[in-house]
Design a protein around this ligand. Sequence first.
Ligand SMILES: Cc1cc2nc3c(=O)[nH]c(=O)nc-3n(C[C@H](O)[C@H](O)[C@H](O)COP(=O)(O)O)c2cc1C
Length: 362
Amino acid sequence: MKSKLFSPLSFGAIELKSRIVMAPMTRSRATADNIPTDLMAEYYGQRAGAGLIITEGTSPSPNGLGYPRIPGIYSAEQVAGWKKVTDAVHEKGGHIFVQIMHTGRVGHVSNLPAGAAVLAPSAITCKGQIFSDTEGMVDISAPREFTIEEVKATVTEYVTAAKNAIAAGFDGVEFHGANGYLIEQFISPATNQRTDEYGGDIVARSRFLLEIITKAAAEIGKDKIGIRFSPYGAFNDMPAYDEIDKTYTYLAEKLNELGILYVHVLDHSSMGAPAVPQEIKDSIRSIFKNKLILGGGFDKEKAEAAIENGSADLIAFGKPFVSNPDLVTRLQKDAELAPPDFSTLYTPGVKGYSDYPFLQEA
Ligand SMILES: Cc1cc2nc3c(=O)[nH]c(=O)nc-3n(C[C@H](O)[C@H](O)[C@H](O)COP(=O)(O)O)c2cc1C
């Protein structure tokens, strides 16, 4: 019997070849001024065998470019660069969503373009270090608190980014609400201590995200929108808090009412973070009726089990896609997987990026 993992899935307005998703992965191959390159088109085109590609985190704003050489999607040049990427993937019969990521307080001033700033819901510095092309490893910059006008302008930046994504040929967008970046900085009371309508109880802390989704859905359609969460993920100095379960239950209810296409839950336990408790995954699954993607530490066996037992509709693979452009074929054939070279994950150029061989070449 053909495994369900490799069977097609109707996904909003599109039909996916399989339930295997290439997880969003920052690779820092855009230009120094954050424009997607021909090399990126080649890399994503090589991986078009995935059921769905979700791109690396891509900033809706100059203020969201906390890392070097990550792409943006707020200027005409960036949209034109992304058009080459979506064309390369569509020409090979693939589908691709862009992940919209604003780094918020996770950044360094030397990585930002002139005039941009490290901004956050509250002026609480993220403990840790970050890479800067000009200065090497540096302490993460202290953020300035957004004014309320800046919060509203940032919501508009996300919505414009979603419109730009459709103009660039993407099949949809995933808002990055995971891993301690801006949306999660608003959701968590550890990083959001605002006293205006965007801070306080669960409803207020969820407002930033829900406004973005409501407005983006009105512009591009709810069936082109997904969201990524990492409840209990400690990455980027995000401590656990009492109301985590209640927060994500509330969000699942609201997102279900809004009728977006998918929720993507990431479990970082395979990378040493606390596991996402099964109860949270189960409650999101039961409340949110549309598609659920699970990601983090999956292999073929675990992925098939999760699809067969109904705990997810799609499974995201991250690191295996770095070093296996034809991952789906390899999984189907039970072929050996090449290991990724961790030293070239974020370095410029072809090496460790578009030079991993396909099976027949290996
Ligand atoms: C090099 C690298 C870059 C990543 N960048 C992102 C990112 O931009 N956005 C995101 O949501 N997750 C990012 N992640 C997390 C992955 O999407 C994925 O969830 C994680 O690697 C765990 O899945 P895996 O065990 O299949 O690799 C990144 C992971 C890696 C290895």
